[in-house]
Ligand binder design. Structure first.
Ligand code: FMN
Length: 222
């Protein structure tokens, strides 16, 4: 069995359905209440962490700092399969923040791996920043998400789109402010469930990560 038996299945699904990149991502609030929202899948790291991105000022980074346990529900509509992924997640701090990088690495269990190096994450953050649209990038420079609209400046002043980088100092300043809010969320799966709704009878396969890092597979009744 491969090192991460569920990974080729996700990769194959993404290859066949490149538009199916949205999944529901659930965290726990500081009060222990479940909070769920959709996010976009951005990448998978060499050691099988799932990556999405967010704004440091949104709720997710705070929730994860308080409680890293998360669950993802990912329905790939064209092939009618669902992945349910349980694990530990954390937002990876930009080097410009006071967040504890070593704590993030420990939460993800990637000490000593490529993903254990701060430089690796900074390169990845830059790569993902370049990969998102100018409209999405501009959002990171706008007023704090969740703040009352009556308390923020006129929306006509907010830039609609920004490039990933610029030679013009004024524009680069705007970009840097937005980029400082751009964070990666990394998810280290500890259990994965694969539900196939096309075959009759349906199929449900579960994998659980064991102490030594190997994955135990169980097929269950759907
Ligand atoms: C299709 C879709 C994709 C989204 N992708 C993301 C994303 O990748 N990252 C993100 O932070 N929010 C994304 N959002 C917005 C979130 O669902 C949510 O509204 C926002 O992140 C605030 O959530 P929070 O305050 O609980 O962190 C997306 C929303 C939709 C409908």
């Amino acid at each position: 069995m491969s090192k991460t038996p569920w990974l080729p299945l996700i990769e194959q699904q993404l290859k066949e359905n490149p538009k199916s990149t949205t999944y529901a991502f659930s965290t726990l609030s500081e009060e222990g209440k479940p909070k769920v929202r959709f996010v976009i899948h951005r990448d998978i790291t060499p050691n099988a962490l799932l990556l999405t991105t967010t704004d440091t000022r949104m709720s997710k980074p705070q929730h994860l700092a308080h409680s890293p346990t998360v669950e993802v529900a990912w329905w790939i509509e064209p092939t009618n399969v669902q992945f349910r992924i349980t694990g530990q997640a954390i937002s990876i701090p930009s080097p410009n923040t006071s967040q504890d990088f070593q704590r993030a690495i420990k939460t993800l269990g990637v000490e000593g791996l490529e993903e254990g190096k701060e430089e690796w994450w900074e390169n990845k953050r830059k790569e993902l920043w370049k990969g998102v649209s100018g409209h999405l990038r501009a959002g990171f420079g706008r007023p704090t998400p969740g703040k009352k609209l009556s308390e923020v400046e006129g929306s006509d002043k907010w830039p609609e789109t920004i490039p990933a980088e610029s030679d013009k100092p004024d524009e680069q300043k705007t970009i840097q402010e937005a980029y400082d809010h751009f964070a990666i969320i990394a998810i280290a799966p500890s259990a994965v469930e694969y539900l196939e709704l096309k075959p009759v009878p349906n199929r449900r396969t579960q994998w659980k990560r064991q102490e030594g890092g190997e994955w135990e597979e169980t097929k269950v009744a759907p």
